[in-house]
Design a protein around this ligand. Structure first.
Ligand SMILES: Nc1nc2c(c(=O)[nH]1)N[C@H]1C(S)=C(S)[C@@H](COP(=O)(O)OP(=O)(O)OC[C@H]3O[C@@H](n4cnc5c(N)ncnc54)[C@H](O)[C@@H]3O)O[C@H]1N2
Ligand code: MOO
Length: 405
């Protein structure tokens, strides 16, 4: 296909990611928000519990809380406690109270018998066996103790984390502010969806992919639209984006064509950290620093733009947002059901579908069409096969590494 793509002197993708991550300093502005607005946000501080969870010893079963006596299997019921109530008084050996799941264990009680193992005769309750000490009691602080750190600065809050905060009685938390990311696409051939398609033109899709991916990441997006292949207009877009955003993402114009101004403008306004990466798709990818923001110049080819966003921009934005641990994407071993065609030179990210067979093996099938303009196969793919730069083709039946999308 593209022989220039195997040219030497390209930056290995691992080095590119390290370079990006070590260049980026997390934003330092924090804000206090309601936990109900906090899913997907990054904690600015460690969160400690002010209470024990559970707050009091309580029953794990509907049944009887007993003060164990080894004299008899028959106990005298002296009261009832339901969830939310407490029993006034202290049980003595041979006494029990009716108790419901979650209700506080009565003082003096040291075990709970489930009601299925009890027979009732007035206030005389006979158990099938002698209760065991601590049986069916959930102890105060068993889940979380006062002063336990339950979430750390840099954690990105999941729905369950928000529930955990609620369970501790915490209503507001301190998080890093949302990232502001400016996005524009360059190219005279690009038409907005909804407009008539002129001869030689194509519908613009990279902004749709990038902005949608940013929306999923809880980012405030500044959409600067389509910019023509005009150096002055591109310079203007760079300056206005840099004024307002923490990061600027463009697509197109990073190659070597005569109308490819992105790199030139980046060099004039800021600094290029690197430009070409040994990856396919996505070789021409520019990363640099503008006066106030970080710049990511994605290639124009739609699959190249999406894959470089996924591999290089996502970890960068995670670091920028204050995420404590920017973990490498999880990879799994899968058996390829057909040959993975590849030439040594660049790390390949091939669109594929993964599934498990009846034996539970993870199988993967690469798409035949791997061209950088074929967005439909990326839409149908559920994973990428990652093949290291130095590798050649891989035979059917071999194990390959995949990343789920
Ligand atoms: N002489 C060389 N030519 C090319 C090289 C090279 O090394 N030497 N690299 C090729 C590779 S690989 C890629 S990837 C592309 C990237 O080039 P650009 O980033 O400059 O992208 P454009 O030329 O602007 O566009 C490429 C292609 O993608 C379409 N496109 C652009 N923007 C969008 C958009 N927002 N939505 C949908 N489609 C878009 C555009 O029409 C072109 O077809 O360069 C190769 N050439
Ligand atoms: O590097 Mo390019 O079209 O293969 O993305």
């Amino acid at each position: 296909m593209n022989d220039v793509c195997n040219a030497p002197g390209l930056l290995p993708i691992e080095t590119a990611i390290q370079n990006i991550l070590s260049s980026i300093n997390a934003i330092s502005h924090n804000e206090t928000i309601s936990i109900m607005q906090s899913v997907g946000r990054v904690l600015a501080n460690d969160v400690k519990s002010n209470i024990n969870v559970p707050a009091h010893n309580n029953s794990a079963m509907d049944g009887y809380a007993v003060c164990i006596s080894d004299k008899s299997l028959t106990y005298t019921q002296v009261g009832s406690v339901f969830a939310g109530q407490t029993f006034e008084g202290t049980l003595t050996p041979g006494q029990c109270v009716r108790i419901m799941t979650g209700a506080a264990i009565a003082p003096g009680a040291n075990g709970v018998v489930m009601q299925e193992n009890a027979s009732v005769n007035g206030d005389q309750i006979t158990f099938t066996a002698q209760p065991a000490v601590d049986e069916n009691i959930r102890f105060a602080g068993e889940d979380i103790a006062i002063n336990d750190v339950i979430l750390n600065a840099g954690d990105k809050l999941k729905a369950v984390d928000v529930g955990l905060l609620a369970s501790l009685g915490i209503a507001d938390i301190n998080v890093t502010r949302k990232l502001k990311v400016a996005v524009f696409s360059t190219g005279d051939e690009l038409i907005e969806p909804g407009q008539p398609l002129k001869k030689g033109a194509i519908y613009e899709s990279n902004r749709a992919v990038i902005i949608s991916a940013l929306q999923q990441q809880n980012v405030d997006v500044l959409d600067l639209g389509i910019i023509s292949d005009d150096k002055a207009l591109i310079t203007q877009a760079f300056l206005s984006a840099d004024e307002k955003a923490d990061a600027v993402i463009s697509s197109g114009g990073v190659s070597v064509g005569e109308a490819d101004f992105t790199k030139e403008v980046l060099n004039e306004i800021g600094n290029i950290h690197f430009w070409k990466i040994a990856m396919k798709p996505g070789k021409p990818f520019a990363f640099g620093k503008l006066p106030n923001s970080y710049f990511f110049g994605l290639p124009g080819n739609p699959v190249s733009a999406a894959v470089t966003f996924n591999q290089l921009v996502e970890p960068a934005l995670q670091k920028l947002s204050g995420l404590g641990q920017v973990a490498p994407k999880m990879r799994f071993n899968a058996i390829t059901t057909s040959v993975v065609k590849k030439r040594p030179g660049r790390a390949d990210f091939q669109r594929a579908t993964a599934s498990t067979n009846e034996q539970g093996d993870l199988l993967v099938t690469p798409f035949n069409k791997q061209g950088s303009g074929v967005l439909s196969s990326l839409s149908r793919a559920n994973c990428l096969i990652v093949v290291p730069a130095q590798s050649g083709s891989i035979a059917k039946g071999e194990t390959v590494s995949i990343e789920f999308l």
